[in-house]
Design a protein around this ligand. Structure first.
Ligand code: ZN
Length: 303
């Protein structure tokens, strides 16, 4: 505890934590940003603050005590907002919820507060499906911990591009879900997707549409199948893949005529593009996009 010092410019502190708000002490973030808080609100929410604030006696308003909190201003703001009976929608985003989960034990943040904040933050994503979800694996793992099957399904769509063999990914998944099961669910989804690529390729009838020189030798045929699979794997990374045209979707032939898979002009010559596109759309609708393994319990969330 130190005495009040000059204001530090930087992070804009809003009500009810700014200096004009009622309060009986200050919390100071690592960068010096100060948040005015009411002790009696915090001691009711977390044993951490009972310890921190015990023994502090009332003082005059010009000499409010200051407590240094080892967090950056935004994290400290989020922590206080979650513990205070206030609504701060700007702080309801996935990255900050994960940060609060990181310091949850340290500050004895009630799990229900984080679960509620998480649910609300995910609701924002759910309302705008095109919005990318950063740190999707971590958020998926948190959804798993909070037994939210709906959130697990939704977020798992956003995990396709992530390298699941990265050790850090495994560690973080276990850290946020407090279980290995969430990671297993993701690897199982990845396995199902790889297995189901055959159905995607089949929809394009390669045997029928490859020219004789590209289908007569097994080696050549499978080389091109492998190229199509690579293209399909890439095209299906989107959380909600949309196929307007079979050829451009897989990069076989863009709408501008540029071929990404470089086979000859005889392959697929005269193919019924509309029919193939419809078949591919059908195959994509069956392609695994969400986890099939889900938490044992299912807790109802607002959304
Ligand atoms: Zn050919």
């Amino acid at each position: 505890m130190t005495e009040l010092m000059e204001d530090t410019p930087g992070y804009a502190v809003s009500s009810p934590f700014d200096s004009a708000s009622p309060g009986d002490c200050y919390f100071r973030a690592r960068d010096g940003t100060r948040f005015k808080v009411l002790r009696h609100v915090l001691v009711d929410t977390s044993p951490y603050f009972v310890d921190l604030l015990k023994g502090v006696t009332a003082s005059t308003s010009s000499e409010l005590p200051i407590f240094d909190i080892d967090e950056d201003a935004r994290t400290l703001h989020a922590l206080l907002a979650f513990l205070y009976p206030v609504h701060v929608p700007d702080l309801l985003n996935g990255a900050l919820i994960l940060q609060l989960a990181d310091i949850e034990e340290k500050y004895c943040i009630p799990e229900s507060r984080i679960a509620l904040g998480f649910s609300t933050a995910m609701e924002i994503h759910f309302a705008d499906k095109t919005k990318p979800i950063e740190r999707a694996i971590d958020l998926f793992s948190l959804a798993w911990r909070f037994d939210s099957r709906q959130a697990c399904h939704f977020i798992s769509r956003h995990t396709h591009p992530v390298d699941l063999t990265d050790k850090t990914t495994v560690k973080k998944s276990v850290h946020y879900s407090k279980s290995i099961e969430s990671y297993i669910a993701l690897t199982e989804l990845r396995r199902q997707r790889e297995f189901s690529l055959d159905g995607i390729i089949e929809a394009l009838e390669p045997k029928k549409h490859f020219c004789p020189s590209h289908s007569s030798s097994d080696k050549m045929f499978f080389t091109f199948i492998s190229m199509m699979k690579t293209a399909a794997r890439h095209a299906l990374l989107a959380p909600f893949p949309i196929c307007h045209d079979a050829f451009s979707f897989l990069g076989i032939q863009g709408t501008d005529g540029i071929r990404v898979v470089t086979w000859c002009s005889s392959c697929y010559a005269g193919a019924d593009r509309t029919r193939l596109t419809n078949q591919l759309r059908e195959a994509i609708s069956r392609y695994p996009q969400v986890v099939s393994i889900v938490p044992d319990e299912d807790v109802w969330r607002v959304w």
